[in-house]
Ligand binder design. Structure first.
Ligand code: SOE
Length: 380
C-alpha cells in the first residue's frame, strides 16, 4: 500500500468532506507509493468536529490548528477552512516542515499569497492548491488537444461561471457555509470563489494573462449576520463580475461570473477558438467535451461530442468501464493521486502555490480594475 503519509486536515465543511473522501478512496483506485492516513481533523467547534471525525474515520481531533501543526506525527497539513485562515496556517505549517495542501483561492489577496508561496518555497516543502477542475477528465483532455496542436493558434477564450444561490435578500452572511458572502472572511465574492477556478483553468490551457478590464456589482447592499441575530452589515463582496482579458500570447478573452443567474447552479463553461478548431466544455455535462475540427473534409464538418470515459482519456483508466461516468468528488481523488504521484516521482504536482499566486494576481487586478474603472496590466 505504500509509505504512510499522516494527514492533518483543518475544516469540516463542504471541502472537509470532499478532501476526507479523497484520502479514504485514493489507494482504492490509484496505485501510488503513498498511503494517506486520516490522522487528525481540526476545527474550533468540538461538538461538531467529533461526529465528523467518527463519520469519516479520522483517528483524532484537534480544536487549535497550532497544536495540530506542532504534532510530530503529522506529515501534511491540509487547509480546508475559510480563506482568512489560509495565510497564517500555511506559513506556520511550512515553517514546521510540513507539506501543505490548500483549498482555493490561495489567499485573501496576492500579498498574503506571496507570503505563503515564499514560506513553502523557503521551507522546500511539497505544496498544492486544490483547483480540482483541472482534474475533470474532459478538461484535462482539452489541455491535451491544445498541447497536441489540434486547434492551432488560439484566438479566443470565453469563460462563464454562473450560480444562483445568493439571490434572496433574506440570506444572511457569515458563519457556516455563508462566510463566502462576508468579505472579511472570503476576501472577495465571485472573483475569488468562482473566477479563480476559471482563471486557473485558462492559464493552464492558454498561458499567462497580460491585462484585464473588469466591472463588478453588489446587488444586495446589506445582509443580516448569520451568527449575530438582529444585526446587519454592509455587503462588501462582488456578487457578479465580468472582465475582458488579453493573454500574453495575444489571445482575447471574456470571463463572466455571478451568483444571480437564476437556474444556473454551478455552470462552469469555457470555449476556446483556434485556427484549426474549437473546444467547448460545460461542467453541468462534465463527462463530455465538444470539439470542432476544421481540418476534416468540409462535407463532414460539425461539432463532435466526445464522451470522455475511455481508458485512454485522462484519469479514466483508474475508474470504470467506458460509458460509466465519474462525478464531482472524483476530481478531488484525481488531484490527490497527482499530489502523491508527484511525491513518488520527484516531479512536483501542479498547480502549486506559485501557480495559484499567478491566479491570485489576476483576481487582484480584476478587482482593482473594477474599482478604478481602468485597465490593469499584470507583471511579467
Ligand atoms: C461556491 O458555491 C462553491 O462551493 C465554490 O466555493 C467551489 O469552489 C465551487 O467549485 C463550487 O461552488
Amino acid at each position: 500500500m505504500g509509505k504512510k503519509l499522516n494527514i492533518g486536515l483543518i475544516g469540516y465543511g463542504f471541502m472537509g468532506r470532499a478532501h476526507s473522501n479523497a484520502y479514504r478512496k485514493v489507494n482504492q483506485f490509484f496505485d501510488v507509493g503513498y498511503q494517506p492516513v486520516l490522522k487528525a481533523i481540526c476545527a474550533r467547534n468540538e461538538a461538531k468536529v467529533r461526529p465528523f471525525a467518527e463519520q469519516w474515520g479520522w483517528e483524532s481531533v484537534e480544536t487549535d490548528w497550532r497544536k495540530l501543526i506542532e504534532r510530530k506525527d503529522i506529515d501534511a497539513i491540509d487547509i480546508g477552512s475559510p480563506n482568512n485562515t489560509h495565510r497564517d496556517i500555511a506559513v506556520a505549517a511550512a515553517a514546521a516542515g510540513k507539506m501543505v495542501l490548500c483549498e482555493k483561492p490561495l489567499a485573501m489577496n496576492a500579498g498574503e499569497g506571496l507570503e505563503m508561496t515564499q514560506a513553502v518555497e523557503k521551507a522546500g516543502v511539497p505544496n498544492m492548491v486544490w483547483f480540482n477542475y483541472r482534474r475533470v477528465p474532459a478538461i484535462a483532455l482539452a489541455k491535451q488537444l491544445i498541447d497536441e496542436g489540434r486547434i492551432g493558434r488560439v484566438f479566443h477564450y470565453r469563460a462563464k461561471y454562473l450560480q444562483d444561490w445568493t439571490i434572496s435578500p433574506e440570506l444572511p452572511q457569515g458563519g457556516a457555509g455563508l462566510w463566502r458572502l462576508d468579505a472579511d472572511v472570503a476576501g472577495s465574492g465571485v472573483t475569488g470563489d468562482l473566477l479563480a477556478h476559471s482563471i486557473d483553468t485558462a492559464i493552464w490551457l492558454i498561458g499567462g494573462v497580460q491585462k484585464v478590464s473588469a466591472m463588478t456589482e453588489t446587488f444586495i447592499k446589506q445582509r443580516a449576520i448569520q451568527d449575530e441575530p438582529g444585526k446587519v452589515k454592509p455587503v462588501k463582496i462582488d456578487d457578479a463580475c465580468a472582465f475582458l482579458a488579453r493573454f500574453k500570447n495575444g489571445a482575447l478573452a471574456t470571463f463572466e461570473s455571478t451568483r444571480y443567474a437564476r437556474g444556473r447552479k454551478n455552470q462552469n463553461t469555457f470555449e476556446v477558438n483556434g485556427e484549426f478548431g474549437s473546444i467547448y466544455f460545460d461542467l453541468e455535462d462534465a463527462h463530455q467535451l465538444q470539439y470542432f475540427n476544421h481540418r476534416e473534409e468540409s462535407h463532414v464538418h460539425g461539432w463532435r461530442t466526445i464522451l470522455v470515459t475511455d481508458s485512454d482519456h485522462p484519469y479514466m483508466k483508474h475508474w470504470w468501464v467506458p460509458g460509466c461516468v465519474i462525478g464531482y468528488e472524483h476530481t478531488f481523488i484525481n488531484a490527490l493521486a497527482d499530489f502523491l504521484q508527484g511525491l513518488e516521482s520527484g516531479t512536483p504536482v501542479r498547480p502549486n502555490f506559485r501557480d495559484a499566486l499567478e491566479t491570485q494576481y489576476v483576481c487582484d487586478a480584476v478587482l482593482k480594475s473594477a474599482s478604478t474603472e481602468s485597465w490593469q496590466t499584470l507583471g511579467k
